[in-house]
Design a protein around this ligand. Structure first.
Ligand code: DX5
Ligand code: ZN
Length: 224
């Protein structure tokens, strides 16, 4: 099933709760929260206190993308702040096995993320333990960058490996997703699509979410 996770990084932060409500009303399946520490990536965004306020104000499924050097240290803070899914980078300093176990122990869904330079095979040892694999389709750090089509063999390879193991994995893509690129990623086996500027940059959020969903749905192999 195709799921759309609009990235709050592109919202109007002066009205974050209203923006989140509008996106939920527009038919989003989850809300993508980009956490950056100015160390793992060259940008700073927000931390657990803001998520705590937002999740209290707006009930939704919170998809938290940790672009931080030590996700193991902060996983509990985000779990307590209302995260439903916590995704951390394999390139971070935290031990992946320990981090996966910690997030599961907190009763949350867990995902592993791969930067563009990290090969599909890096995810393979963890596929049996995680709920989701995030293939970055831009270098993490900023919204509004151009989609990297050369990541599609990676998405494909992870989908094929999951199929071979009989795993119904969620494969998420993040970066440069819009009505056109949605079809490309879905064709290659991605089913959870993050979109920032392609949703918040449009005047009609409902139409923007629907356009991405329809384009992906039509191209997703399983949907046919
Ligand atoms: C980038 C973030 C993305 C970003 C996507 O580091 O992880 O979630 O907000 O924004 P768009 O869809 O504009 O590329
Ligand atoms: Zn993200």
């Amino acid at each position: 099933m195709i799921q759309i996770s609009p990235s709050m990084l592109s919202c109007d932060f002066a009205h974050m709760a209203d923006e989140a409500k509008a996106i939920v009303d527009a038919g989003a399946d989850m809300l993508h929260i980009d956490v950056m520490d100015g160390h793992f990536v060259p940008n700073l965004t927000l931390g657990a206190p803001i998520l705590k306020c937002l999740s209290k104000a707006v009930p939704a499924f919170y998809d938290v993308h940790l672009m931080i050097s030590d996700p193991l240290r902060y996983a509990e803070d985000f779990a307590k702040a209302g995260a439903d899914l916590i995704v951390f980078h394999l390139e971070s300093d935290s031990d992946p096995d320990k981090t996966i176990a910690a997030i599961k122990g907190l009763g949350k869904k867990v995902g592993i993320a791969l930067k563009p330079g990290t090969p599909a095979q890096a995810a393979f040892p963890y596929l049996d333990q995680v709920d989701l694999v995030l293939v970055m389709t831009v270098e993490p750090g900023f919204g509004g960058q151009s989609f990297m089509g050369d990541m599609m063999p990676k998405v494909n390879a992870i989908r094929r490996e999951c199929d071979a193991r009989g795993l119904s994995m969620d494969i998420q893509v993040d970066g440069g997703i819009n009505g056109e690129t949605a079809a490309i990623v879905a064709q290659n086996g991605a089913n959870v699509l993050v979109a920032g500027s392609a949703v918040f940059g449009k005047p009609d959020y409902r139409q923007a979410v629907a356009a991405i969903r329809e384009s992906a749905q039509a191209a997703y192999p399983r949907a046919k």
